[in-house]
Design a protein around this ligand. Structure first.
Ligand SMILES: NC(=O)c1ccc[n+]([C@@H]2O[C@H](COP(=O)([O-])OP(=O)(O)OC[C@H]3O[C@@H](n4cnc5c(N)ncnc54)[C@H](OP(=O)(O)O)[C@@H]3O)[C@@H](O)[C@H]2O)c1
Ligand SMILES: *[C@@H]1O[C@H](CO)[C@@H](O)[C@H](O)[C@H]1NC(C)=O
Ligand SMILES: *[C@@H]1O[C@H](CO)[C@@H](O)[C@H](O)[C@H]1NC(C)=O
Ligand SMILES: *[C@@H]1O[C@H](CO)[C@@H](O)[C@H](O)[C@H]1NC(C)=O
Ligand SMILES: *[C@@H]1O[C@H](CO)[C@@H](O)[C@H](O)[C@H]1NC(C)=O
Length: 308
């Protein structure tokens, strides 16, 4: 697994995912590769795999130097091989470096209705994609510890990677202990947590937090760089998303400094096990991986806004 920070390409607004505009993803992907990123995280659900593939070709970086990650959609779990072939066709590539089950929750094709498919069965399809060489490695996203235990007890190929939310608000220490013991690499999604959110009751820190600003001065780095460096030193692989060239370049410029143990510990104290990405509308599915809560508005999805 390359320990490189990643550019990712999902476009969200406060109501969740919005439509990707023409060129909106292709150019940032090319900028990122030119800035030194080598891992890209996409998904069938993001509706941007075509642009990601075009961005790779546009960048001039050879395909074999890129670590391309895509994901099996919630609607696609009944035929994993066919789903990956569709992704490859959109990417215009012959293989992916890593294929992830996006979520243990499944939805019926062309509907919003839950489907109940055992993720252990879905994993058999994932194993087939690896045996065929269409995915160099396979993994999971949004699985909890008991689901990982059950998956590993019932499978031949172990997941190489778990992709879950990790950031200053959500340390995931139990999960990280588990993945370390089982040699599973962790990709940290939503690495900025609630840092940039406005009008939210999410716990601190925000980007103007005095402790973070102070550390920025101390290390001559921006607050987002401090937040990403914290994750690198925590041993996870952050996958920050930006479509702005200056920020893409800023977010990878974190490998020339090191937070002291004391400052790392200070940053760890922000943790309140607060989930910024909270897909509450799936919580009645039998394989919903997260803690269940009373839902003020079951249509709200992301970004801490659910608490305002
Ligand atoms: N597996 C899953 O279920 C799952 C779920 C969520 C996310 N993910 C993955 O994780 C990736 C990142 O997560 P995310 O997009 O939720 O959150 P994120 O990367 O923590 O935050 C993205 C937001 O931060 C802004 N931003 C980025 N760099 C900045 C900087 N240096 N200064 C100020 N603002 C900055 C971006 O705006 P601009 O783009 O305008 O710069 C965007 O609004 C996604 O793209 C996706 O690949 C996976
Ligand atoms: C697919 O990739 C090949 C190079 O690998 C390129 O020649 C071709 O134009 C691409 N097709 C599309 C539709 O982008
Ligand atoms: C994890 O990897 C290390 C080093 O490769 C190895 O010694 C250890 O046995 C592995 N542990 C598991 C649980 O696979
Ligand atoms: C601080 O960082 C900026 C931007 O990376 C750089 O131009 C400047 O030389 C740095 N200052 C010091 C004192 O290292
Ligand atoms: C893990 O997921 C299962 C559903 O597969 C659920 O029953 C269980 O409560 C979850 N565990 C935690 C700690 O949320």
């Amino acid at each position: 697994m390359l320990l490189q920070i990643i550019l990712t390409t999902l476009i969200f607004n406060s109501k969740g995912q919005r439509e990707v505009q023409e060129g909106e993803v292709e150019l940032p992907v090319a900028w990122a590769l030119q800035a030194g990123y080598r891992m890209l995280d996409t998904a069938s659900a993001y509706n941007n795999e075509e642009q990601v593939g075009q961005g790779v070709r546009r960048s001039g970086v050879p395909r074999e130097d890129v670590f391309l990650v895509t994901k099996l959609g919630l609607h696609e779990q009944r035929d994993v091989l066919a789903a990956l072939k569709r992704s490859l066709a959109r990417l215009n590539m012959t293989y992916v470096d890593l294929y992830l089950i996006h979520n243990p929750v499944a939805i019926k094709e062309d509907t919003d209705e839950f489907d109940v498919i055992d993720y252990v069965d879905t994993w058999k399809g994932m194993e087939e994609t690896k045996r065929l060489g269409l995915a160099k490695s396979i993994g999971i996203s949004n699985f909890n510890i008991s689901q990982m235990e059950r998956l590993m007890a019932n499978s031949e190929i172990k997941p190489a990677v778990l992709q879950v939310e990790v950031n200053l608000n959500l340390a995931q220490n139990k999960i990280l202990e588990f993945t370390k013991a089982h040699n599973i690499s962790v990709m940290a999604y939503t690495p900025f947590g609630s840092l940039f959110l406005k009008n939210t009751n999410a716990p601190p820190p925000r980007v103007d937090n005095p402790i973070l600003v102070g550390l920025g001065f101390k290390y001559n780095k921006t607050v987002p760089q401090i937040a990403l460096r914290y994750l690198v030193q925590k041993g996870v692989i952050p996958i920050p998303k930006s479509i702005k060239k200056e920020r893409i370049e800023q977010n990878i410029d974190i490998f020339d400094f090191e937070l002291s143990d004391e400052d790392f510990d200070r940053l760890s104290e922000f943790n309140q096990d607060y989930r910024t990405v909270w897909p509450s509308f799936w919580q009645n599915h039998p394989y919903y991986p997260f803690e269940k809560k009373d839902v003020p508005d079951p249509d709200l999805f992301l970004t801490g806004l659910h608490e305002t």
